[in-house]
Design a protein around this ligand. Structure first.
Ligand code: 13P
Length: 256
């Protein structure tokens, strides 16, 4: 059974003291959650977030890394640096980075390789644009993005990659993909991975959905068979909303 993940992506929100306060609020609310809770905080708050979540089981993630090792890349942060301050994961290939920072399938592939080498779990984002959707190009867009990102990655490394399906038209728009669309796309993603590796690898990978997930629509989304969690932007900024979302993917019932 693929592991389940509930991942918060703060994007460029919250100063350090707000991250600390958020974690204080969140931890008691997610202590019985059985899926893996991940918080992708701004890089400058990774250290604070690691300290505040110590012993809780919550994993702290970076929202990006540079694809290079050490060197003259002013302003950049690499996988080793992120791992060294205690992050356990990194988001790679988010559509905002693809569109605003010119990330390509090739640079995303390099980032995944560096992250895996540094022992970080990768939350690899991909998804079709509104143009792809309108022109029936979802299958080819996803095939290109997934194939490009997994170049030179072995099947036994896929357990360290969470596949985050984020249709670009659903991100921050309030237009959540329907369960039928998500279900159909989950099958497509497993088919693409099966073609690159084999059926066993494809069935074991964790696939999460992202795009306008909130505390109201989560109950419906969580019903989708074969969906292994969610990646949440806007609604993750509120610990009450994010804990409600987390609970939808499993919670231990206290013994009487
Ligand atoms: P929203 O949940 O705000 O639509 O953002 C989704 C996202 O981009 C998460 O990475």
């Amino acid at each position: 059974m693929p592991k389940k993940y509930v991942i918060a992506n703060f994007k460029m929100n919250k100063v350090d003291k707000d991250v600390k306060f958020y974690i204080e609020q969140l931890l008691p609310k997610v202590k019985d959650v059985t899926s893996q809770v991940v918080l992708a905080v701004p890089s400058v708050s990774i250290k604070t977030a690691v300290k505040e979540t110590k012993g809780s089981g919550v994993v702290i993630a970076s929202q990006n890394i540079n694809e290079n090792g050490f060197g003259a890349f002013t302003g950049e942060i690499n996988a080793e640096m992120v791992s060294n301050v205690g992050a356990g994961a990194v988001i790679i290939g988010h559509s905002e980075r693809r569109s605003y920072f010119n990330e390509t399938d090739a640079s995303i592939n390099k980032k995944i390789q560096k992250a895996l080498k540094a022992g970080l779990m990768c939350v690899f984002c991909f998804g079709e644009s509104v143009y792809d959707k309108k022109n029936n190009l979802t299958e080819s867009a996803l095939t290109t993005q997934i194939t490009g990102a997994l170049n030179n990655i072995y099947g036994n490394e896929l357990g360290h990659i969470v596949f985050a399906y984020e249709p670009v038209w659903a991100i921050g728009t309030g237009v959540v993909a329907t369960n039928a669309v998500i279900e159909k796309t989950l099958k497509l993603i497993r088919k693409i991975i099966c073609n690159l590796y084999d059926e066993k690898v494809a069935n074991e990978v964790s696939i999460v959905y992202g795009g306008s997930v909130n505390e109201s629509n989560i109950k419906d989304i969580a019903k989708i068979a074969n969906l292994n969690g969610v990646l949440v932007g806007g609604a993750s900024l509120d610990p009450v909303k994010f804990s409600a979302i987390s609970e939808a993917f499993g919670k231990t019932v206290p013994k009487k």
